[in-house]
Ligand binder design. Structure first.
Ligand SMILES: Nc1nc2c(ncn2[C@@H]2O[C@H](COP(=O)(O)OP(=O)(O)OP(=O)(O)O)[C@@H](O)[C@H]2O)c(=O)[nH]1
Ligand SMILES: [Mg+2]
Length: 237
């Protein structure tokens, strides 16, 4: 048996924006057949070759922690947020509010060790006045922004630029129709952005892990997923 290291990425955004649809496409390379509301959290896993084609090439598991967006679970979901090595923020391109709400999602995950902190209090009322640098502070959490439902956008010129949030964070953004494989097909710009994001998450893991204040995992955990940083896989000689 050999061990494969792993990183954990939170997938956050309002209910119905397409998080599960995106995660399924990214993890399995095919569209999800019948997405239902996500209750709590669903974890999907993907093998990723870190720095593929270089001497440092290493296989990692990328875990997508797809968090249900329903407001009803707002007070409980912080239990999923540690450790967190990267964040994928998902918004619906036809719903401007879902993009604005990504700040709330980011604040929630950044405040994960202070779950009782009132949310959203430090937000600027004007979206454009919002100070991303101040907000992010010293965190080096890699962020990727996903805009879904491109097929439903009437004027595609409208989405040719990055969202406000992506440009404020200097984050990459992918816009797509989550029901179409071609948007994440190998060799496309979107696939390159995803690879770059996964590599960054792996590179920064040691830094982001020190920001995770909860003990990473309990040795008494009964879940293999939660009890080890590694997955065991059979040797392939
Ligand atoms: N037309 C279109 N529909 C999409 C797209 N992405 C997702 N959907 C649809 O949007 C609905 C919600 O998608 P989900 O992936 O379940 O949304 P979610 O963000 O996981 O929602 P919660 O689990 O409630 O947090 C489903 O009916 C999807 O088929 C897209 O790119 N285009
Ligand atoms: Mg879902």
């Amino acid at each position: 048996m050999s061990l494969i290291d792993r990183v954990r990425v939170m997938v956050l955004g309002d209910s119905g924006v397409g998080k599960s649809s995106f995660v399924h496409l990214a993890a399995h390379g095919e569209p999800i057949k019948s997405p239902g509301w996500t209750i709590g959290c669903v974890v999907e896993v993907k093998l990723h070759e870190y720095r593929e084609g270089t001497p440092e090439q290493t296989t990692y598991f990328v875990e997508f922690w797809d968090i249900g967006g329903s407001n009803n679970h707002r007070n409980a979901r912080h239990v999923f947020y540690n450790p967190c090595h990267g964040v994928i923020l998902v918004h619906d391109l036809t719903n401007r509010k879902s993009e604005e709400n990504l700040k709330k999602w980011l604040q929630e995950v950044l405040n994960r060790d202070k779950p009782n902190t009132p949310l959203y209090t430090s937000w600027a009322s004007n979206y454009d006045d919002w100070d991303a640098e101040n907000f992010l502070g010293s965190t080096q959490l890699p962020i990727l922004v996903i805009g879904t439902k491109l097929d439903m956008v009437e004027d595609r010129k409208f989405v040719s630029r990055s969202s406000n949030l992506a440009s404020q964070f200097g984050a990459d953004e992918i816009v797509l129709d989550c029901r179409q494989v071609r948007y994440l097909a190998a060799g496309t710009t979107n696939a390159v952005k995803l690879t770059r994001f996964y590599d960054k998450v792996i590179e920064k893991r040691d830094i982001t892990e020190t920001m995770n204040s909860y003990p990473e995992r309990s040795s008494t955990s009964t879940s293999p997923l939660l009890s080890s940083r590694f997955y065991s896989v059979p040797h392939q000689d």
